[in-house]
Design a protein around this ligand. Structure first.
Ligand code: NAI
Length: 320
């Protein structure tokens, strides 16, 4: 367990790596032997402007520390160009960290089409375009590690972030399916929801948390999830300030609102069973769509067996 994690011989693409969280991932990958593609469009937090400076600076930092890196200044919407930079320079892609992001915060009543579209384009479509370009390369290699970057705003919602919340939880759905489809090719895909003091959270996080939740604390989770020894896939991890935890789904045991297969269910029946429907005292944690469906099928089977018992009781009134 003491062995230092190495990424020697591997190629990592980190999008939006010119600053904030992405920079710390790129630096750590570079210091652990990975050849790094440092992608960054170099715009502002709202996605305006463009500059090669941000990516170049991080490449210089990696090189000065003895690592190998190359810059790419394309938007993540041109995922194939960024993957091509990796292939042209290093011949493979082992790791993809979908990290680039912008904010266009507005209360829901005031959100414009542009605010909505730009955020979806960078976060959701950008991560899709990147992953779709990298996936066949990883499939051929029979190895790949992919990270999606979600947010507590996606998991719980957040005032003024309808566009961002939708994109961020969309990324979890994308990740879950990429994890399923990548499984047999040794491609693992996980999602992180970080909290960190970066330019994106400046003035939003309270100053003490801003200072304490350094981006450097998120990077170790990303590196472990991207290591060849880490077999976990389809997970969602929350992290800040050196704390790491895993999310999972929880569903109440629920209740069947009809007594037989030929009975219909009324809105009143749902109302009258509301306590049982929403009671988490008895719950389960489905880990797949199949598990969730199995629970529903089980409820149907219970209904059938109850129906059978009651018809036996009716036909044999002396049975106990
Ligand atoms: P940041 O603003 O420091 O970094 C984002 C980087 O992405 C910037 O360098 C920017 O130039 C780049 N970028 C933006 N659009 C791009 C595009 N189209 N193509 C390529 N690069 C582009 O922000 P931070 O905090 O480091 O955010 C990194 C990721 O983490 C984002 O996806 C963000 O939504 C997510 N996140 C951050 C949280 C935090 O507390 N800082 C909380 C939850 C999620």
């Amino acid at each position: 367990m003491n062995q230092r994690l190495s990424y020697e011989g591997q190629v990592a693409i980190v999008t939006g790596a010119g600053g904030g969280l992405g920079r710390t991932y790129a630096l750590l990958f570079g210091s652990r032997g990975a050849k790094v593609v440092v992608n960054d469009l170099g715009g502002d937090t709202k996605g305006q402007g463009q500059s090669s400076r941000a990516a170049d600076k991080v490449v210089e930092e990696i090189q000065q520390a003895g690592g190998i890196a190359v810059a790419n200044y394309d938007s993540v919407e041109d995922g194939d160009k960024i993957v091509q930079t990796a292939l042209d320079n290093f011949g493979r892609v082992d790791i993809l960290v979908n990290n680039a992001g912008i904010l266009r915060d507005r209360s829901f009543a005031r959100i414009s089409n542009t605010d909505w579209d730009l955020v979806q384009r960078v976060h959701l479509r950008g991560s899709f375009m990147m992953t779709r370009a990298a996936f066949p390369v990883m499939k051929k290699q029979l190895f790949g590690r992919i990270i999606m970057t979600a947010s507590t705003s996606g998991i719980f919602g957040n005032f003024g972030q309808a566009n961002y919340s939708a994109a961020k939880l969309g990324l979890l759905g994308l990740s879950n399916t990429v994890a399923i489809e990548g499984q047999k090719y040794n491609i693992r895909c996980n999602t992180i929801a970080p909290v960190s003091g970066t330019r994106m959270t400046e003035g939003i996080l309270p100053p003490d948390l801003f200072d304490e939740f350094k981006p450097e604390y998120v990077a170790p989770l990303v590196l472990w999830l991207c290591h060849q020894d880490c077999e976990d896939t389809g997970g969602l991890y929350l992290t800040a300030g050196g704390w790491y935890g895993k999310f999972r789904w929880e569903c109440t045991n629920g209740t069947m609102c009809r007594k037989s297969r030929d009975e219909t269910v009324t809105p009143e029946a749902v109302r009258d069973h509301w306590d049982l429907i929403t009671d988490f005292t008895h719950s389960y944690n489905p880990e797949s769509g199949q598990e969730a469906t199995a629970h529903l099928v089980g409820a149907l089977q219970d209904l059938d067996s109850k129906e059978e018992t009651s018809s036996q009781n009716t036909s044999n009134p002396t049975a106990t």
